[in-house]
Design a protein around this ligand. Structure first.
Ligand code: AMP
Length: 503
């Protein structure tokens, strides 16, 4: 399949070539011809699937058609004919950048409109006349109030990441905007999920839409190696530093649940000599843009982000994503790991999971319909005496309490990985390299079970074959972890593990 067969005009094909794309992604292959026909679209596609080009390319083409009566003259300025609404500023900026790239050989002008920055340059730009606006709902309504934008000529409306817009409480803003648009127009709705709210919106908004469904999971999840490192909450930062240093990671996006924790972690990383910046809703747009730019240009190694701030971030070939804390909403996990492994590139998503987060982890595994491989990093095994706190309403509490010892730990590292921490079957607190070596021998591993509890209820990876579970080898047979010291030390005597982590 090639872009040439989709009905796109030469100017757009040239722009696609400049981007280096050779083959349309599944959502592009389905959406582009359907949008070119002029009908409404309901597309279930997440970030990472190539959805931006899927709506931008045909939208631009349609704007170049039937332009005779619309063409700007000396007297008549351009009318805004297409509107793309996005939930976040970052996504708006990225869609705008893509629009400009794809429109480079067309005489189509676009403007990006979002809050957190001076409104004046936006007003100036709108005054000059644009064909396409890419906007977040709040700031667009500010322009409506100030009468600096006219939406009465809109022919194409795109709701990008519509589910996230509803999650973020934009429904009333969207309704206000819809009321300002002409009734006859093409509507393109992209959403990763179909909640009841989305269904209601689609019923009101779309007219006999073409339904496009690409794989429910982000295609990134197929190219992302997912890994869980069980660890105590209090040792997560130390483990993160260790992983980044040991792996010599140059660019890693780290997710936290709260803005506070993003700030704190970013400061702590800086103190440990790892360049980092935080990105979240309390940062000014200038700060966010600066942090993202430094990250993209490799001036900083770590970008610590909350879910909303990271939504829609498009960083080319981002190799590593770390979930410093698991998200409360399982679907956010899929969005998070979709930041890596994009457009066919390989990526690694590592989750640091403490005992309080086990419920969240099993919710995620249920959603993605697979178990994620668990590996204890040597020296960072969870303390088996720490018990999970109750997790009311599926949400985590902030800390964990020591509530007595857990049953005996049983996990062993995979054979050939002696540097990984293991725990004795007796649950003892002391350990030495000899009994680790013994335990790591394949003969000591039960063959009837894929996983064994590490004593905290976390199932830890065991040697296995790739066909043992669900008939799907991809997620049970990860590529060898990239921690360099793992490979380097594979044949060396394991170093002593402090007794705190023995078992
Ligand atoms: P999106 O889902 O729109 O955020 O796109 C995800 C990433 O895929 C972006 O970095 C795009 O530049 C890239 N991309 C989009 N379409 C293609 C394609 N057909 N081939 C290769 N990369 C693509």
């Amino acid at each position: 399949m090639s872009f040439n067969t989709l009905g796109l005009k030469a100017e757009l094909l040239r722009a696609i070539e400049t981007q280096g794309y050779t083959t349309p992604t599944p959502v592009q292959a389905q959406a582009i011809p359907a949008i070119l026909k002029g009908g409404d679209i309901l597309a279930g596609a997440q970030t990472g699937t190539g959805k931006t080009a899927a709506f931008t390319l045909p939208m631009l083409q349609r704007l170049t058609e039937n332009t005779a009566e619309q063409a700007p003259t000396a007297k008549r300025k351009r009318a805004v004919r297409a509107l793309v609404l996005t939930p976040t500023r970052e996504l708006a900026a990225q869609v705008a950048e893509s629009t400009q790239n794809y429109a480079q050989h067309l005489s189509i002008k676009s403007a990006v409109i979002f809050g957190g920055v001076n409104i004046k340059p936006q007003i100036d730009k709108l005054r000059q006349g644009v064909d396409v606006i890419i906007a977040t709902p709040g700031r667009l309504l500010d322009h409506v109030t100030q009468k600096t934008v006219d939406l009465s000529q809109i022919e194409i409306l795109v709701l990008d990441e519509a589910d996230r817009m509803l999650d973020m409480g934009f429904i009333n803003d969207i309704k206000k905007i819809l009321a300002l648009l002409p009734t006859s127009r093409q509507n393109l709705l992209f959403s990763a999920t179909y909640s009841d709210e989305i269904k209601r919106l689609t019923q009101q908004l779309l007219h006999e839409p073409t339904m496009i469904e690409v794989a429910r999971q982000n295609m990134a999840t197929e190219t992302v190696t997912q890994l869980v490192h069980p660890v105590d909450r209090s040792r997560k930062r130390e483990l993160l530093t260790h992983i980044i240093d040991a792996g010599e990671w140059k660019q890693v996006l780290v997710f936290t649940r709260t803005k506070h924790s993003a700030n704190r972690l970013s400061k702590q990383l800086e103190q440990s000599g790892i360049t980092a910046a935080a990105i979240h809703g309390n940062k000014s747009q200038a700060q966010r843009t600066k942090a993202l730019k430094s990250f993209k240009t490799n001036d900083i190694r770590v970008l610590v982000a909350t879910d909303i701030a990271a939504r829609g971030l498009d960083i080319d070939q981002l190799p590593h994503v770390v979930n410093f804390e698991l998200p409360n909403v399982a679907e956010d996990y899929v969005h998070r790991i979709g930041r890596t492994g994009r457009a066919g590139n390989e990526g690694e998503a590592v989750s640091l999971v403490c005992v309080d987060e086990l419920k969240l982890l099993s919710g995620i595994e249920k959603l993605i319909n697979r178990d994620i491989t668990k590996e204890i990093v040597e020296g960072f095994a969870p303390d088996p005496s720490i018990k999970a706190e109750a997790i009311p309403n599926g949400r985590n509490n902030t800390g964990s309490k020591q509530q007595g010892r857990r049953p005996a730990a049983q996990a062993r590292p995979r054979s050939g990985t002696p540097q990984r921490k293991q725990q004795s079957q007796r649950g003892g607190r002391k350990n030495n390299s000899n009994n680790r070596s013994n335990n790591s021998s394949p003969s000591a591993t039960p063959t009837h079970s894929h996983q064994a509890s590490d004593g905290l209820g976390i199932q830890v990876d065991q040697p296995r074959t790739s066909t043992e579970v669900n008939g799907n080898s991809i997620h049970y047979k990860p590529k060898p972890t990239k921690r360099p010291n793992q490979n380097k030390t594979a044949n060396k005597k394991p170093r002593e593990v402090p007794s705190l982590f023995g078992g």
